[in-house]
Design a protein around this ligand. Structure first.
Ligand code: NAD
Ligand code: TDX
Length: 332
């Protein structure tokens, strides 16, 4: 049994991770989360107080981070500003949380010789051409496109430097696009599902031919737990479930499952600098740690996710109107 400090545990992937850890291991969990617009205590409702504790605060608060890292065996760092469109409007919080916050955690891990796992994204590699047969591997050079992905790339590179220069016992994972319950309605899949529930036509950026490599959040989190328990120190592991689909196909599939005509959506202005395609080769994770995705059928994973949003309107309704107002200002 280890004591895990989970930063960003009130967000989408972090809250699912906490549930996954409590259900599949005997580790105890403390969440550190600043409860920004993206963090919700309602995502952590009904967890057993014997193994779970919540601390409200920022990963940029050096003194708080130092105390918490010292009191735990492993830090799992999910906290981030995570949305590309927001980073195009105002990059400043991305620099603070994603770079300065990671710096504070690494310094605390160094001082206390504490195990650290860094959760990152495949977007650090930039994008692939639509007709390129290759996929990202652990050797792909970094080439980020947006302020969000640049801040994540910078944080990954700090982790590598702290491993090499100071011997920090760290691992990194870079995962593809997640979907599942508790995802903020600003993100593509929940935005479209909740628009359809509200009788609003889904919005497709540009022609919609951009490809994302979708993975269910539980498969991502099972891989992260495997890396924490059995990963090699200093290593990077790519996480992906062979789930490439273009955005147009995903919107049409959501419309079909929700009983709407497949063409009942609108094209809107494209995202500036919009990455064309992400694709992950997860051979290292599969061969070294024996990880396999459980949600290998995207359509049924999508149908389960649609049901979750239908049944949990009380969770997402409070954030829907303000999210759509922000999109309206961006012309999306
Ligand atoms: P999210 O936006 O849903 O959640 C982020 C959480 O971090 C929120 O609870 C927020 O309150 C918290 N937070 C923000 N700033 C903070 C600060 N300064 N101090 C403490 N807490 C703070 O994000 P997500 O989609 O769950 O992503 C989690 C992590 O996974 C991020 O590091 C992201 O880069 C990475 N990732 C996400 C995806 C994806 O598809 N969503 C894919 C790969 C990697
Ligand atoms: O309304 C929309 N219409 C649309 O066509 C929205 C919100 C998005 N899109 C497109 C843009 C992308 O090609 O859908 C795709 C997915 O968009 P997002 O959900 O914003 O995700 P993306 O930009 O791909 O980044 C996500 O995956 C990698 C997460 O937000 C990141 O945190 C993660 O690192």
């Amino acid at each position: 049994m280890s004591k895990l400090l989970v930063t960003g545990g009130a967000g989408f992937i972090g809250s699912n991770f906490v549930r996954h850890v409590l259900a599949n291991s005997d580790h105890a969990v403390t969440v550190l989360d600043a409860l920004t617009y993206a963090g919700h205590l309602s995502s952590l409702a009904d967890l057993p107080s014997s193994r779970f504790r919540f601390v409200e605060g920022s990963v940029c608060d050096a003194a708080l981070v130092d105390d918490l890292v010292a009191a735990h065996d492993v830090t799992v760092h999910f906290a981030a500003e995570s949305h590309n469109d927001n980073s195009l409007r105002d990059p400043s919080p991305f620099i603070q949380t994603n770079l300065v916050g990671t710096f504070e955690l690494l310094e605390a891990a160094r001082r206390h010789d504490s195990r650290y796992h860094h959760v990152s994204t495949d977007e650090v590699y930039g994008d692939l051409a639509l007709n390129d047969p290759s996929r990202f591997t652990e050797q792909t050079p970094y080439n980020p496109s947006s302020p969000y992905s640049a801040s994540k790339a910078g944080s990954d590179l700090m982790v590598r430097a702290w491993v090499r220069s100071f011997g920090v016992r760290a691992t990194i994972s870079n995962c593809s696009n997640n979907y599942g319950p508790y995802q903020h309605v600003e993100k593509f899949i929940p935005r479209q599902i909740t628009n359809i529930i509200d009788g609003v036509r889904p919005r497709l950026y540009g022609a919609g031919l951009n490809v994302r490599d979708w993975i269910h959040v539980d498969d991502h989190n099972a891989a992260v737990l495997g890396i924490i328990d059995r990963g090699r120190i200093g290593e990077t592991y790519l996480i992906g479930a062979d789930g490439e689909h273009n955005n147009k196909t995903v919107i049409e599939e959501i419309l079909r499952i929700m009983g709407q005509p497949a063409d009942a959506y609108d094209h809107v202005d494209d995202r500036p600098g919009h990455d064309l395609r992400y694709a992950i080769d997860a051979t290292k994770l599969r061969e070294e740690l024996g990880w396999r995705p459980r949600y290998s059928d995207f359509e049924s994973g999508l149908a389960m996710t649609i049901n979750w949003y239908r049944e949990n309107e009380g969770w997402w309704r409070p954030m829907k109107a303000s999210t759509e107002q922000a999109y309206a200002k961006m012309g999306h």
